[in-house]
Design a protein around this ligand. Structure first.
Ligand code: SGN
Ligand code: CA
Length: 517
């Protein structure tokens, strides 16, 4: 971890003369950013120093090690964050539903309380944003290069790299706001979503780096339910050489259906961007095409290439976060602005041989959460309580001194941020994933996680998994049928039933199961 004593000292001095009044809030939100790829979390990629600015936030604030989502996929996570309600109550179960914007959301309540509110970047909820004085969002998933942006006035294409453009817009909004009132800005990136296009400054950043492999890269899915074996998200069989890994032209797999994706992005680029791109990627493609690999060697190569692009795209998030932090410093705003870093969920960076998310296994269930709140959070502290994205809405409201509405199912994290854990803090959390059938073929499942154990039910096929996270942190061997765990299992079953009752989970799925033809 890089540490700047001078910076911490400057912050402490400024805290001593912190202004009164409700804090500003900047919610920095990325798409698919795994904690494994954040230096401060100290995972296997930390040695590559992938995120110096995010690490700076962690040094100056509180980092949550056990922050989880309720449903590990994009649009559902966003709907949970806005409403403080589980998917079965906010109506966004999968990426397919349109967000019903007549629901109560935290931005609306902050706006009513006198906050200036804005969202810039990825939105992904189909309906127009409500509760924002200003919004400028990517339609759908958005594009990496020369993306379109949608505002109340319509849609227009911009020139540049998406992460840089979103930051330009966020800073422009900050420049033009009313300085006499507090603000809440949702600054939300597309990066590092598949297919992980790095920005122009980072196209070759990781080319000559040997990126450490996860221990489970060659997982054979034994010891778990059939769900783990029947998914479609392996680096080996489902990651495409051209679409995902940018080989051009792709000699190994000319039938690859997704080649159009790469083509689509190339068509959007300016001549200059394309020349820059081809100068970086052309030699890599030529080298691979000249000596194509196969079998495990190909898996290893694909993993390296995937990580080069994933980490390269994160470099742009981190650089741009640096711009925002500098802006706050330069404008005297750092001291009264809470900066929160999070992502819509985690991601597989080769663990279990996978990319993508969706599962209740740790890598995608977990999400990064770092909060710097000068004068409230201590610096450089870690929290290990069980928290969820369900808690974000009540937390933001509580920070602003607004009482969270009673229907919100999450709980304010403010006491934890202040360093005091309420005696009745939860000791178990609930999860449910609905998008099956769907891309990547991950079975529907729900489950409960406690400090040490996790019980998961793949309910359409009625198969169960139980993990002891102390004995088996990589979740390679379910002990569901192990008699030694009978008491643990009975206890988890009780907790699961009680959480389903507490959160009013219906017995029947709200999205009917329709097998694909
Ligand atoms: C796209 C991706 C999938 C990804 C979903 C959901 N394919 O369909 O890999 O799981 O989005 O992502 S791609 O061909 O577009 O790359 S999410 O972040 O929106 O939930
Ligand atoms: Ca996502």
């Amino acid at each position: 971890m890089r540490r700047s004593a001078a910076r911490v000292l400057a912050l402490m001095v400024s805290v001593a003369c912190a202004p009164e009044g409700p804090p500003n809030i900047i919610f920095v939100f990325t798409d698919d950013h795994a904690t494994q790829a954040i230096g401060a979390y100290g995972d296997r990629l930390a040695g590559l120093d992938p995120t110096p600015n995010i690490d700076r936030l962690a040094q100056e604030g509180m980092m949550f090690r056990r922050a989880f989502v309720t449903n590990s996929i994009c649009a559902p996570s966003r709907a949970v964050i806005l409403t403080g309600l589980h998917s079965h109550l906010n109506g966004v179960y999968t990426n397919a539903e349109r967000f019903d914007s007549s629901q109560v959301t935290f931005p609306q309540l902050l706006q009513q309380a006198g906050y200036q509110t804005a969202i810039v970047g990825k939105w992904h909820l189909k309906s127009d944003p409500v509760g924002f004085d200003y919004w400028e969002v990517l339609p759908g998933q958005g594009f990496y290069y020369n993306p379109d942006f949608r505002t109340v006035d319509g849609t227009a294409r911009d020139t540049g790299y998406v992460t840089d453009l979103i930051t330009d817009k966020a800073l422009a909004w900050l420049d033009n706001r009313d300085p006499t009132r507090p603000f809440m800005l949702m600054y939300q990136h597309k990066t590092p979503h598949r297919e992980w296009y790095p920005g122009p400054d980072h196209l070759t950043k990781y080319d000559d780096v040997a990126i450490p492999e996860p221990a489970t890269l060659f997982d054979d899915y034994a010891g778990r339910t059939s769900a783990a074996a029947t998914q479609e998200m392996t680096i080996r069989d489902h990651m495409r050489l051209s679409y995902d890994l940018k080989l051009w032209p792709n000699v190994l797999d000319p039938e690859e259906p997704l080649i159009r994706g790469a083509q689509r992005l190339r068509e959007r680029m300016t001549d200059e961007q394309l020349a820059n791109w081809d100068a970086a990627y052309g030699p890599k493609s030529a080298a691979f095409n000249a000596a194509p690999l196969s079998g495990d060697d190909l898996v290893r190569w694909k993993y390296q290439r995937y990580m080069e692009d994933y980490l390269g795209s994160i470099a742009s998030v981190d650089d741009n976060l640096g711009r925002v932090l500098d802006y706050l410093d330069e404008h005297g705003l750092a001291v009264n602005t809470v900066v929160v870093y999070s992502s819509d969920q985690g991601f597989y960076l080769g663990e279990h041989g996978w990319y993508d998310k969706r599962w209740m296994y740790e890598e995608s269930f977990r999400t990064p959460l770092i909060v710097r709140w000068p004068g409230t959070t201590q610096t450089d502290v870690e929290n290990t309580d069980l928290v969820q994205n369900l808690d974000f809405a009540p937390t933001f409201l509580d920070m602003a001194g607004v009482e969270p509405p009673s229907q919100m199912q999450g709980r304010s994290l403010v006491p934890l941020l202040e360093g005091s854990r309420p005696d009745d803090w939860r000791d178990a959390i609930y999860y449910q994933y609905f998008e099956f059938p769907g891309v990547h073929a991950v079975q529907r499942h729900y489950g409960v996680r406690t400090d040490r154990y996790k019980l998961v039910h793949y309910y359409l096929i009625d198969e169960w998994e139980l993990f002891d996270l102390v004995e088996d942190p990589n979740e390679m061997r379910s002990v569901y049928a192990d008699t030694e765990y009978a008491a643990v299992r009975a206890d988890l079953e009780r907790r699961l039933a009680s959480l389903r009752e507490q959160y009013a989970v219906p017995d029947e799925d709200p999205v009917p199961y329709e097998p694909s033809p």
